[in-house]
Design a protein around this ligand. Structure first.
Ligand SMILES: [Zn+2]
Ligand SMILES: [Zn+2]
Length: 633
């Protein structure tokens, strides 16, 4: 086929057309929810000329790239509305963002938040008008003339920077034209639900020497239901923000004196230790051996491990006695030294070292964010030293753990397999065998997974797990990373069946990841309403009057002996007040004990979320609670 013809497959129908023909000229009707399409990984709208042969894949709002087209078109809509209200406004740029879009605009006067509703109203009018969005391709002179006539000084600035030979394009909808490469929606009527969310300032091109523009933020959806759900999630995320809830529930705090390090208050430390204990109880029966290795090493070790070249910026470094020392950001080098400390046989493998000790990572102060990004952290970290033929089985074991843990927290998860990058190290066959072992493990479990080709580290392929929380947000937590390189750096060997020294493969894996960050995620996932087994205080015993305090204390003591975290509310307050307070503190079980309870040997049970469960004989009921509060291992 000649170079000026392209062959397209659209919904299994083949077309051969002149290069540069847009999809809309093919005379086909895209599916109603299609906003654009991809061809060989590139996003096109229905008006852009196609210069590549291949199969057309429709994009909808559900795909990230489709959402970008939708949101960027919403930014144009915003700009058009602003120009209708203030014709002298000058447009800067208006990209899509993860959650919506914004547009930077030079306005004749500052815009108050309260004026956003009139802009929104104008936007809705333009949606009603359902204006066709048309693509124009222009010469530099025509583009300059067009935007000069329209008084768009900032656009002239952009055009002047476009390199020669680049197609200059603009999109028109009704009376409005914007300089833009696209792609865009076919018409304004597609944006059925929108909301402007805020205003801030931004310098043109991010340069303080330039004028300050008004940045107007918004978000948009194909339907009002989806917009409402989004707004609800935002409100709920604010309400659940762990930086607010954590201190309010007495879990943790941060102080200026130690940026990036956590003060764990008594309840938070209980939560922390419960998670650590959960991890131990899962791992020990699965053959993990807990170790503790040094936290400060001489610089030579960090050079050997490669951290000095690749991770030094994130390390706390100390100079003492003419020597440089580094505080560990990771446990891997220490575990390599442990492995090295004895002669290993093929029969000893796999060796699974687990460690929970503190790690320190220097993060710039501007990037610190509650528990989500800290400088002092602990991981449920482990390194597995395995024979190559054990990779599949060991990864199967890691997946079992991931599945158990995320199922326990009621979080679905998504898996991404990252494969060999261009600059890989180690033997090609080893990579191929390892990658197919990983694929097989995922397929055997029937886990849907996504492949990120070429996205593995240079030293091995990896699996990343994204947990989805109660608000639908994705968090990358668990990771399992094969490493062919560190065993070389540390010259790790084992004696194989044939008496030869062989290299083990190392697997770095964490299930919850940083426990600090994971607790931050859990606080928001549960909104502070932890399940019974995890709650820092599982039971609060409330005596109705002071006379019942000794009985309440006996109840709490027997709970404590059964391994249940319990406390007595000795405050001199009315019963109703104390019960409400237990609600606010999100205590899962409240046992009220009054005079009758004491006489009859009962407790009155209130449980979240069930409510009032009435009087139960004590200590018989202790067994019920013991079972309910047990760690799910
Ligand atoms: Zn645009
Ligand atoms: Zn590691």
């Amino acid at each position: 086929m000649s170079r000026d013809r392209v062959e397209l497959i659209v919904d299994d129908q083949a077309f051969e057309v002149e290069a540069g023909t847009p999809l809309k000229a093919l005379g086909i009707t895209p599916p109603p929810d299609a906003v654009a399409f991809t061809l060989n990984g590139r996003v096109y709208d229905f008006q852009q000329g196609i210069r590549d042969s291949g199969r057309v894949a429709w994009l909808t709002f559900r795909e990230h790239a489709g959402r970008e087209v939708f949101r960027h078109s919403s930014a144009h809509l915003l700009a058009q509305a602003v120009k209708r209200l203030w014709p002298e406004a000058q447009l800067g740029t208006g990209p899509a963002t993860e959650e919506g879009f914004y547009y930077d605009i030079l306005l004749p006067r500052p815009l108050g938040e309260s004026e956003l509703s009139s802009v929104e109203e104008e936007m809705r009018r333009i949606v009603q008008e359902d204006l066709a969005i048309e693509r124009l391709e222009l010469s530099r002179e025509d583009a300059m003339a067009l935007f000069r006539d329209r008084g768009e000084g900032l656009k002239l600035d952009i055009i002047a920077r476009i390199p020669d030979g680049t197609t200059i394009s603009a999109y028109r909808q009704g009376e409005f034209v914007d300089l833009c490469t696209g792609p865009h929606l076919p018409s304004t009527g597609r944006i059925r639900a929108l909301k402007l969310t805020g205003v801030s300032g931004a310098y043109w091109r991010g340069d303080e020497a330039n004028p300050m523009l008004t940045r107007i933020y918004g978000t948009s959806y194909p339907s009002q239901e989806e917009l409402d759900a989004h707004l609800y999630r935002i409100e709920e995320a604010k309400r659940r923000d762990h930086r607010r809830l954590g201190p309010a529930l007495g879990l943790f705090s941060f102080r200026e004196e130690a940026p990036g390090f956590t003060f764990w208050h008594p309840k938070g430390q209980r939560l922390y230790r419960t998670l650590e204990e959960f991890s131990r109880r899962l791992q020990e029966p699965r053959g993990y051996q807990e170790v503790a290795t040094p936290w400060i090493y001489r610089v030579g070790l960090w050079k050997q491990s490669g951290h000095w070249d690749h991770y030094r910026e994130n390390m706390f470094v100390i100079e003492r006695e003419d020597e440089t020392l580094g505080v560990k950001p990771m446990n891997c080098p220490g575990h390599c030294l442990l492995f090295q400390s004895e002669v290993r046989s093929y029969r000893d493998l796999p060796i699974r070292y687990a460690e929970y000790s503190p790690l320190s990572r220097f993060e710039r102060s501007g990037t610190l964010h509650g528990l989500m990004r800290v400088r002092g952290l602990h991981q449920d970290d482990a390194h597995l030293f395995v024979r190559e033929d054990q990779i599949g089985e060991e990864m199967q074991g890691v997946l079992d753990l991931v599945d158990h843990v995320y199922r326990t927290f009621g979080m679905p998860y998504e898996v991404v397999l990252s494969t060999r990058p261009e600059d890989y190290m180690g033997a090609l066959e080893l990579w191929e065998r390892a990658e197919s072992a990983l694929r097989e493990v995922l397929e055997r479990r029937g886990l849907p997974y996504q492949i990120n080709p070429g996205d593995g580290a240079f030293y091995g392929p990896k699996l990343d797990f994204y947990a989805v929380d109660a608000l639908g947000r994705r968090w990358q937590c668990a990771t399992a990373q094969l490493d062919f390189q560190l065993p070389v750096q540390f010259d790790l060997t084992y004696v194989d069946r044939d008496g030869q020294a062989k290299r083990p493969v190392m697997i770095h894996r964490a299930i919850m990841g940083s426990l600090e960050r994971f607790i931050g995620i859990l606080v928001e996932h549960y909104g502070g309403d932890f399940p019974l087994w995890l709650a820092p205080i599982q039971v609060r015993v409330i005596p109705v009057a002071d006379a019942q305090i000794p009985y309440a204390e006996r109840v709490a003591t027997s709970l404590g002996s059964a391994g249940i975290r319990a406390e007595v509310d000795r405050k001199n307050q009315k019963l109703g007040y104390k019960v409400r307070e237990a609600e606010v503190d999100k205590i899962p079980v409240v046992l009220v004990v009054g005079r009758r309870d004491e006489e009859q040997g009962t407790v009155s049970v209130r449980m979240r979320p069930e409510g009032d469960l009435g009087a139960h004989p004590w200590p018989d009921y202790l067994e019920v609670l013991r079972v309910k509060a047990a760690m799910p291992v």
